[in-house]
Design a binder for this molecule. Structure first.
Ligand SMILES: Cc1cc2nc3c(=O)[nH]c(=O)nc-3n(C[C@H](O)[C@H](O)[C@H](O)COP(=O)(O)OP(=O)(O)OC[C@H]3O[C@@H](n4cnc5c(N)ncnc54)[C@H](O)[C@@H]3O)c2cc1C
Length: 165
């Protein structure tokens, strides 16, 4: 078991200061980070809990008609917000199409943007080849199970090519 320390930040300044130690990570809803920690993919030495920073919450209407989404606003709160549903229906629908109600109720905007790739090879440390875990090690998906992947800039081998319909 890895020993980690935990600190709860009361404001942005404190969060930045607490995160100055190498190996520190912010934690929002934890729906991505905790999965990665349980699988041994990420091994932070310290977690800074930012979920009590009021300044990172809230949805604000801007004078130019835009919206500012706080990094701590939950995905479900963005999706169900009246302004978002009215002015940005695609955003609302996209959020509601993602994950599950339980996850959307805890996942945050900031965490959603900062989450790591959802490639299954990244999450499975049994595969040593994974450039994002071990830079330069290669990509297990190229010759692996990649039907759900978008691999750009590489010609598919004959066996991977999808025949024209
Ligand atoms: C079963 C399942 C299905 C999913 N399906 C979808 C889907 O269909 N579509 C989709 O988009 N996502 C999907 N996800 C991903 C999910 O949306 C993310 O796990 C979630 O948005 C992450 O938010 P969080 O607040 O829990 O982040 P955390 O797990 O707390 O953090 C994720 C990362 O972001 C960093 N971080 C968090 N907040 C901040 C911040 N304010 N500033 C800087 N860094 C920050 C953390 O350090 C960490 O590296 C799914 C997840 C699961 C488990």
């Amino acid at each position: 078991m890895d020993a980690i320390s935990y600190q709860r930040a009361p404001d942005i300044g404190a969060a930045l200061s607490m995160a100055s130690q190498p190996g520190t990570m912010f934690i929002g809803g934890g729906t991505n980070l905790l999965d990665l920690m349980k699988g041994g993919v990420m091994r932070p030495v310290k977690l800074v809990d930012i979920t009590h920073i009021d300044a990172l919450n809230g949805i604000t209407a801007l004078p130019d008609g835009g919206l500012r989404l706080g990094a701590l606003v939950r995905n479900s709160d963005v999706a169900n917000h009246a302004w978002v549903r009215e002015r940005y229906p695609l955003l609302s629908q996209a959020l509601l199409a993602g994950a599950s109600a339980q996850l959307r109720n805890i996942a945050t905007v900031g965490g959603n943007l900062m989450q790591r790739t959802r490639c299954p090879y990244f999450y499975d440390t049994a595969f040593p080849q994974y450039n994002k875990r071990a830079p330069g090690s290669g990509c297990a998906a190229i010759e692996g199970n990649n039907r759900m992947h978008a691999i750009l800039g590489r010609a598919a081998s004959a066996s991977q090519r999808i025949p024209p319909t």
